[in-house]
Write a protein that binds this ligand. Structure first.
Ligand code: NAP
Length: 299
């Protein structure tokens, strides 16, 4: 692992762009200055990748943190996402995010969920619009200079098949950002994406807020054997499995510790053990959406 440091490791997307293996997540990072401070702490620690979303309401703090850090824009990777009630307003959505972030372009623009939710009633889906229509609009952004890559998030195999097989799909999603941690390892979906040449980003990579993984006996025994924290082992597991990880923290010491992944690795046996925990738990389901998006095809 010495000449392949996780912190300088990148994944090459279909466009040829190189996406870092570890970024800072920002879902639930408070808009009271905490999100900005977290971004500044991450960039000072060496992170060069921030994951945010219009729906998180903190893009302006991400932008302020990036500005304060003063790192040249071309050295950074910024991912943001089109919010569900904005599916009919893709152009307005990206312009709003760029303005919030204070940047001319994002490296990756994701459709946050395959749900074209009506802005006037979040419990309803449009009758005359779906994610294929949204993707058609997102494709128009490529070449505009506003986005370097487009992708999707929370797509299971059923919806990916629909998207990939549609005649209007001219650009394949470069990334599918999905929930991935040892309580939700989704090997079939990961293998499907790999087969289709779609890079995977693992979200809730630590198991999210109140993660039971921090007390899991298998995780703890591996962490003890390595002399590492449970969180470092969970992140290393994701990177060694081939996806990038985006741990969220607003705590400076944790942000720094989560980035200390160089110079050691998990053995194949340890990776296997983490991939085969007995407990299964999914943090982000689809019950809150007006349409079902998972059909048992995200396992
Ligand atoms: N595309 C999607 O639909 C989607 C959905 C969910 C998440 N995401 C993205 O993925 C990112 C990560 O997922 P997540 O926010 O659900 O959760 P996560 O990164 O799995 O876990 C975050 C939680 O772990 C804590 N934590 C972080 N590092 C720690 C450490 N070293 N020791 C102890 N606790 C630690 C954080 O606390 P503190 O902050 O208090 O330190 C926070 O409570 C999100 O922030 C977001 O960017 C995307």
């Amino acid at each position: 692992m010495a000449d392949n440091k996780p912190t300088s490791k990148t994944y090459t997307l279909a466009s040829g762009d190189k996406m870092p293996a570890i970024g800072l997540g920002t879902w639930q990072s408070a808009k009271d200055g905490s999100c900005q401070a977290a971004v500044e702490a991450a960039l000072a620690a060496g992170y060069r990748y921030i994951d945010t979303a219009l729906a998180y309401g903190n893009e302006h703090e991400v932008g302020a943190g990036v500005k304060a850090a003063g790192i040249p824009r071309e050295q950074l990777w910024i991912t943001t996402k089109l919010d569900n009630p904005w599916h009919k307003r893709v152009g307005e959505g990206i312009d709003t995010s760029l303005k919030n972030l204070g940047t001319d372009y994002v490296d990756l623009y994701l459709m946050h969920w395959p749900s074209s939710t009506r802005p006037d009633d979040l419990k309803k889906h449009y009758d005359d619009w779906n994610f294929i229509d949204t993707w058609r609009e997102m494709q128009k952004l490529v070449g505009s200079g506003k986005v370097r890559n487009i992708g999707v998030s929370n797509f299971g195999i059923t919806n990916l098949e629909k998207l990939l097989n549609h005649p209007d799909t001219k650009i394949k999603p470069s990334v599918n950002q999905i929930e991935l941690h040892p309580n939700n390892p989704s090997p079939k979906l990961v293998a499907y994406c790999k087969d289709k040449g779609i890079h995977v980003t693992g979200y809730s990579c630590l198991g999210s807020t109140g993660s039971p993984l921090y007390k899991d006996p298998v995780v703890l025994s591996i962490a003890e054997a390595k002399g590492k924290t449970p969180q470092q082992c969970l992140l290393q597991w994701g990177i060694q499995n081939g996806w990038d990880v985006i741990p969220k923290s607003v705590t400076k010491e944790r942000i720094e510790a989560n980035f200390a992944l160089d110079g050691w690795s998990l053995t194949d046996e340890e990776v296997h053990k983490l991939s085969n925990l007995k407990d299964r738990r999914k943090v982000c389901g689809d019950a809150w959406l007006p349409v079902k998006v998972f059909f048992g095809d995200d396992e």
